[in-house]
Ligand binder design. Structure first.
Ligand code: ADP
Ligand code: MG
Length: 288
């Protein structure tokens, strides 16, 4: 039988934006010594707005470039994709029909328009293909930049910006006060990751992380003696959520992530984790 105090605490937590999937998770919450957050949609709002876009090809106008990017992104649920599609709609652009659509795990999307192959990809993807980053795409702002390829050619880029959630800083402060080491692991570029990490005062961050590399980050922290909780979304995060001592799937996450997780963070809000930690500790004290 579940001790009454745990049962009550569990349902109260559920009302506060957490679903606890097993009792062990709740008891483990008070043992957490390190937390690894994902960035987009958890520490940040996950609401990307397009700040600028530019064609690097003479035969493509700015608007045409955006239309191709948005056509591909219609097939993706990533917050970046939603930001690009929204912009194209605001600009009232006609989108193209895409065939052979495919997601490139942690790197972008690809598809065909009129028999030509198009991609919208991360800076990491360009580096992998030895394509140098265009100077025009660089800025000193914390922007998320994706690049558009037609065939093998780099034909443009789109820069987007997201905001740190209002609730993140108080939550981080509260978790720090509880003695935890706080980390962020993101697929986004180093500059943006650094800006968010510094704004929130995290202990460290990992940028341009591919989904399967998250498992190694968790393992490394565990080897260093930490009892690790991790937040994640998407199918790709499932292995890392399973590796973590406490796996926390964020609300917008897919079913696969949710099934692997111990806890579901319904509103993807870090303040509910701070709450959980305070609550887990208080409940434990009541039991002894
Ligand atoms: P995160 O969850 O930290 O945002 P992801 O693994 O989802 O990381 O994405 C990593 C990077 O891959 C993004 O910053 C972006 O550069 C690229 N990417 C992922 N999905 C898309 C997409 N639909 N369109 C364009 N780029 C994408
Ligand atoms: Mg993600």
């Amino acid at each position: 039988a579940i001790p009454l105090v745990v049962a009550i605490s569990t349902s109260v937590s559920a009302g506060k934006g957490l679903l606890i999937r097993n009792r062990t998770a709740f008891e483990n919450a008070r043992k957490i010594t390190a937390l690894v957050f994902d960035k987009t949609g958890t520490l940040t709002e996950g609401n990307f707005g397009v700040s600028r876009y530019e064609s690097l090809s003479e035969d493509l106008s700015e608007q045409q470039l955006l239309a191709f990017a948005a056509s591909l992104e219609q097939g993706s649920e990533h917050p970046i994709a939603q930001g690009i599609v929204k912009k194209a709609k605001e600009e009232k652009l006609d989108l193209h029909e895409v065939s052979q659509f495919e997601g490139l795990t942690g790197k972008g999307v690809q598809g065909e328009v009129d028999g030509e192959s198009w991609k919208v990809v991360s800076p990491g993807y360009l580096e992998e293909k030895n394509i140098s980053l265009p100077e025009k795409s660089q800025s000193d702002k914390a922007e998320t930049i994706v690049f558009i390829l037609r065939g093998e050619d780099l034909v443009g880029f789109v820069a987007l910006a997201d905001k740190v959630r209002e609730d993140s800083l108080p939550a981080i402060k509260s978790l720090k006060k509880a003695g935890m080491k706080l980390f962020m692991a993101t697929g986004d570029n180093d500059q943006t990751a650094k800006a968010v990490s510094e704004e929130l005062g995290l202990d460290d961050y990992f940028s341009e992380v591919l989904p399967d590399e998250k498992v190694d980050i968790i393992k490394k922290l565990q080897k260093d003696g930490y009892f690790v909780a991790m937040t994640g979304d998407g199918v790709n995060d499932a292995p890392a959520l399973a590796q973590a001592n406490v796996g926390i799937a964020v609300g917008s996450g897919t079913d696969v992530a949710a099934e692997t997780a111990d806890i579901i963070l319904v509103n993807s809000n870090p303040k509910d984790i701070a709450q959980l930690v305070r609550f887990g500790t208080a409940t434990y004290k009541k039991m002894i």
